[in-house]
Write a protein that binds this ligand. Structure first.
Ligand SMILES: Cc1cc2nc3c(=O)[nH]c(=O)nc-3n(C[C@H](O)[C@H](O)[C@H](O)COP(=O)(O)OP(=O)(O)OC[C@H]3O[C@@H](n4cnc5c(N)ncnc54)[C@H](O)[C@@H]3O)c2cc1C
Length: 334
């Protein structure tokens, strides 16, 4: 993929960040799905990341910020823009008393283990969740109906123009699997978190038990993006979790080419080999429509789809746009 506008790589190189031209997004994505982007940019400091935001604010190409792409569906047709990746090149952390500071690209399993080893309690529920701290904060991710936001004191971000600003916990507006960061065009760079002093061996036992339960429930060998649909409290009270609703609709194991509704956990869509973004979107449309017909509830996606033109939407929106009335003849395995 090449840019129709001049000087894109010149301005990106002026930021000091690592640049890959015509980057293949497939290996970055947990689903192993994606075409090529004009450029992949990987800063190693808050300053470099803020510079990327600043130079891109004057550019016509879209910018997409990503961590480990464990909650993202790249389009197989690619992305006609720049992917700013906050990941391992920004993964320093320090612990002082019951507080921790970390760069947003740190790998969550490592962060959670280090916090636990220090005898700090509060984020045991995040053990086993892949992705970066920045991605988890933006999604207010977690498990056991908790979110990482409970332990976030403040977050350092850069806005579209590259200006640094700090948000405290209240300003982050954490709620179930959401935060106000999702509606700001800003990049999360660093965070300060606060924990409670606990007993290291009790914390370790709790983490081992959570990991064992995750291993038994979730598919691990095939590429996937975790839970595809969000749990809606009203639906949960009457019908149950999305996985149960999908299973009761008889959709477990259904396939569209290389994409499959996991036979192990129906809220996970797996890439059994060669799946495209359309195959995944098709299964999303099939599930949403079938479950709505049976239960009356429309389930929304947690996973975000990145369109080639830069539109970022929860994946059920492009799924419905493309596959409004689902044709069951495309589905195998029912
Ligand atoms: C096997 C599996 C199990 C999972 N289990 C869970 C679970 O139990 N609970 C849970 O909550 N989630 C779960 N997830 C989803 C996912 O791991 C989390 O949402 C994760 O925190 C996302 O982090 P990421 O770095 O991969 O973000 P990405 O997928 O890269 O990005 C997610 C969103 O955050 C934005 N973003 C990422 N980094 C930044 C940044 N630095 N600044 C600004 N925006 C940013 C992206 O633009 C995107 O909108 C699971 C995923 C998988 C694959």
């Amino acid at each position: 993929m090449t840019s129709p506008f001049p000087d894109l790589f010149g301005v990106l190189e002026s930021t000091g960040a690592r640049i890959t031209r015509n980057a293949d997004l497939t290996p970055l994505s947990r689903w192993k799905i994606g075409g090529r982007a004009l450029a992949l940019v990987e800063p190693s400091s808050a300053k470099e990341a803020a510079s990327v935001m600043a130079v891109m604010s004057d550019r016509p190409e879209p910018l997409f910020i990503v961590g480990d792409a464990s909650n993202v569906l790249f389009d197989s047709a690619g992305f006609e823009g720049v992917v700013l990746r906050i990941s391992r090149a920004m993964s320093q952390m320090t612990i002082s008393g019951t507080s921790a500071w970390a760069q947003a690209g740190i790998w969550m399993p490592l962060f959670t283990r280090r916090i636990g080893c220090e005898g700090l309690s509060g984020i045991e529920h995040t053990i086993g969740i892949p992705g970066t701290l920045g991605g988890l904060i933006l999604m207010n991710g977690g498990s056991q109906r908790k979110g990482v936001g409970l332990n976030v004191k403040s977050v350092l971000c850069a806005d579209e123009a590259g200006n640094l600003f700090t948000l405290d916990q209240e300003a982050c507006g954490f709620a179930y699997r959401t935060s106000t960061l999702q509606t700001r065009r800003a990049v999360v760079l660093e965070a300060d978190l606060e924990f409670e002093a606990g007993n290291p061996s009790e914390i370790r036992s709790e983490m081992i038990s959570i990991m064992a339960s995750r291993r038994a429930k979730f598919p691990k060998n095939l590429p996937n993006c975790g839970s595809t649909f969000l749990s809606d409290p009203a639906m949960y009270a009457t019908v149950g979790a999305p996985g149960k609703a999908i299973e009761e609709a008889g959709l477990k194991g259904a396939r569209c080419n290389g994409a499959q509704i996991s036979p192990l956990h129906a809220n996970f869509l797996v890439n059994t080999g060669g799946a495209t973004s359309d195959d995944i979107l098709y299964l999303i449309a099939l599930i949403r429509q079938t479950v709505q017909e049976r239960t009356g509830y429309f389930m929304d996606c947690e996973v975000r789809h990145v369109a080639p033109d830069g539109r970022i939407r929860p994946a059920h929106e492009p799924a419905e746009e493309r596959w409004g009335a689902v044709d069951l003849t495309k589905v195998a395995g029912l």
